[in-house]
Design a protein around this ligand. Sequence first.
Ligand code: SAM
Length: 222
Amino acid sequence: MEYERERTLLIRSLAEQGVSERTLKAMKKVPRHLFVPSIHASRAYVDSPLPIGHAQTISAPHMVAMMCDLLELKEGQKILEIGAGSGYNAAVMAEIIGKKGQIYSIERLEKLAVFAHENLENAGYSNVEVILGDGSLGWPDNAPYDRICVTASAPDTPHPLIEQLKPGGIMVIPEGEGYQRLYIIRKSPDGEVTKQDWGGVIFVPLVGHHGFNPYDSKRGKK
Ligand code: SAM
């Protein structure tokens, strides 16, 4: 296995941080070096974000692990991801939910949607569909979703995402600009929505109809 030593050290460090066995098992299998531009491959198993071009990043492994754990992923689930980026987070979730599950991952930048699609194909993940579009609107075509994973920071929770979450579902979403917090949003079986603050994080902004406005130099809400 390529980068075996680096991978083992990363998994050991994530285990020490309290990441679940289920997520560690998945991350052990996903070749992160296939999800970063080749010039960064040698740093793929360092626990930090890396540039993937177009002013975007692949999230740090501990953040991917944390989000997977907070989502309480289970086999066979249908997941919506906002922000495909490199496709790595989707690949880790795909390992956990297995072949009976399905992931729809939306990316607003065409070059990254192609990058994510190719990386997922090269790594052998056939149950992830990458969609080019504005994920702040969700993806109504396949709603509702068991889980929604948002990997860019929103001004506040986009209402289409709440609507497209299944009763009993969980969403994780970073919110805020500059000072950001990660929230766990749960929809109870009878439709009641609760929002729990997990703590401070740093993500790139969610840009779109219910995100930040790319044309507003003051980075205001659209
Ligand atoms: N999950 C990614 C991975 O594993 O590499 C990391 C994603 S990166 C931190 C956030 C991504 O969200 C970027 O690729 C960015 O282009 C994308 N993004 C920002 N706003 C978006 C939107 N409204 N819809 C879809 N993607 C968006």
